[in-house]
Design a protein around this ligand. Structure first.
Ligand code: UT7
Length: 325
């Protein structure tokens, strides 16, 4: 049995419909909701987001990202023995989006399930896949983050609807004799469940409760800057590495101010921080694999680089994965 897992391919999918801040502000103004490009850029760093067409669901975006990751890894879908999809906007209550993706890929029989950890979902999913590979329960996994957050946004609530977008990212994670993934850390604190939630549910044929995303932004902001530093230091200590070993920081892309604060605390030069929030907005579980894929394809992240992935979000959940790419 090989003792490690490593990423052998990345892929992503952004829906083609790009909505700039100006276009969104003009659309919201028609409903009496006031915002501006200046406010959104200054407070978040977001300039645009992508929204999926009405008929497109999470598994559609996930499929495109998965196929790209498989191609990059030079890997046949039939050889995959584990599919994990991190999503908070699944196609349906059940079956899992992972099972739907498996079927769309035309492969059958391998383990497939979803992970629900909101914006930390990809870090959770990657950690689960790494653990399964290291114990021999799987040897080649597709790990995907895919979201259509536009479906759960209340476009009358300017404090949330300007922040999020749709997209998907995927990696192929394979058993390996050398790392790969060096250390992982997953954390949660359910006491903070109500600062970021979509509390509605379906029962007796009806939507019960509030079906739109709600967030106490300043409360999430304060927690995020603390826990991201803690998680980073934890994985560095576990891997016996230091801040100076980090080539690239790829945090969850929610707010440029949170990301820059984390980079500063880790004494990283600004150019070591991968930023896609400006063009993607916050794509929840998809944000990290989307940013990873873009930085691999643009030539920034190269084989052998040490990369720190960090997620934080609803639950409250957070976590980190330190890896050699
Ligand atoms: O993905 C999971 C992780 N999520 C996050 O990490 C998000 C964390 N939170 C944040 O990124 C920030 O808290 C926000 C971007 C959500 C908000 O930024 P902020 O600097 O914390 O602003 P605020 O909520 O304190 O609001 C400041 C002002 C308020 O007006 P008053 O009360 O000062 O008059 C808001 O009503 O900005 C107003 N405001 C807006 N104005 C124009 C809130 N949203 C908007 C808007 N356009 N879209």
């Amino acid at each position: 049995m090989k003792g490690y897992s490593r990423i052998t391919g990345t892929g992503s999918c952004l829906p083609p419909h790009r909505v700039s801040n100006e276009a969104l502000a003009a659309q919201l103004a028609r409903d009496g909701v006031e915002t501006s490009d200046a406010w959104i850029v200054e407070r978040t760093g977001i300039r645009a987001r992508h929204f999926a067409a009405a008929e497109v669901v999470s598994s559609d975006l996930a499929l495109v990202a998965a196929r790209a990751a498989l191609e990059a890894a030079d890997c046949d879908a039939a050889s995959i023995d584990l599919i994990i999809v991190a999503t908070s906007t699944p196609d349906m209550i059940f079956p899992s989006t992972a099972c739907i993706v498996q079927n769309k890929l035309g492969v059958h029989g391998c383990a497939a399930f979803d992970v629900q950890a909101v914006c930390s979902g990809f870090v959770y999913a990657l950690t689960v896949a790494d653990s399964m590979i290291r114990t021999g329960a799987a040897s080649k996994a597709l790990v995907i983050g895919s979201e259509v957050f536009s479906r759960i946004l209340d476009f009358k609530d300017r404090t949330t609807c300007v922040l999020f977008g749709d997209g998907a990212g995927a990696v192929v994670l394979e058993a390996s004799d050398r790392p790969g993934i060096l250390a992982t850390e997953l954390r949660a604190d359910g006491r903070h469940a109500n600062i970021l939630c979509t509390p509605g549910t379906v029962a007796a044929g009806k939507v019960l409760g509030h079906p739109w995303l709600r967030m106490d932004g300043p409360a999430v902001f304060k927690l995020a800057v603390t826990v991201l530093e803690d998680a980073a230091r934890s994985v560095l200590a576990k891997a016996d590495r230091t801040e100076a070993d980090i080539d690239w920081l790829i945090p969850h892309q929610a707010n440029i101010r949170i990301m820059q604060s984390t980079a500063r605390k880790l004494k990283l030069a600004p150019e070591r921080l991968i930023v896609t929030v400006d063009e993607h907005g916050n794509t929840s579980a998809a944000s990290i694999p989307l940013a990873l894929d873009e930085s691999v394809r643009s030539g920034k992240v190269k084989p052998g680089d040490t990369v720190l992935l960090e997620g934080v979000g609803g639950g409250f959940t957070w976590g980190a994965v330190l890896l050699d790419f």
